[in-house]
Design a protein. Sequence first.
Length: 95
Amino acid sequence: MIIGFDTCHLRAQAKSSLTKGESLARDDLVAMEGKVVEILVGGNFRIDVQGGHSVLAHLAGRMRRNRIRVVLGDHVTVAVSPYDPGRGLITYRAK
């Protein structure tokens, strides 16, 4: 039996390594420019990005919190995961 063993240290080490349920950091996402071509139910948007690809994206929390409206035809920046390039997060609406 180990006396005075710090379990908090082990929990911190376990959280720092990437586990099954953990998601990527914002730095790991790839930013792409695109145009909104379709507005779908549930706050989703169909975005045509450079290279002819189509991405299904939803608004980032900051855009929802600041009530930024995205309408058909807007030019937006989409953060796309390298693991699933078909899904994304709208992070910026160009003027």
